[in-house]
Design a protein around this ligand. Sequence first.
Ligand SMILES: [Zn+2]
Length: 97
Amino acid sequence: MNFSKDELFICNCSSEDHQLIFRIWDFSKDENVDVELSVSVCLNDNCSFLMRIWNSIKYIFGHRCNYGHFQSADIKLEDLPRLRAVLDEFERKRLRV
Ligand SMILES: [Zn+2]
């Protein structure tokens, strides 16, 4: 198993909490396993212990923020060619072209 280099995309808002890392996993040397594309999302976990307890209590009572349970990352226009290259490489490896 090996993987291609990581491609890091930082959100248009430049927040360090909004990062996406794309990685292509190549299992082609193993039998019956394919190529996979993973997307890692940086989640903000730098809350204090008491803040995490407070967030848990809010969650138990059904609190939802305006955006639901998800954050989002706004990919910069200038990063589109890099993202396209990652997806093209994944497709090439997946289809073994
Ligand atoms: Zn952002």
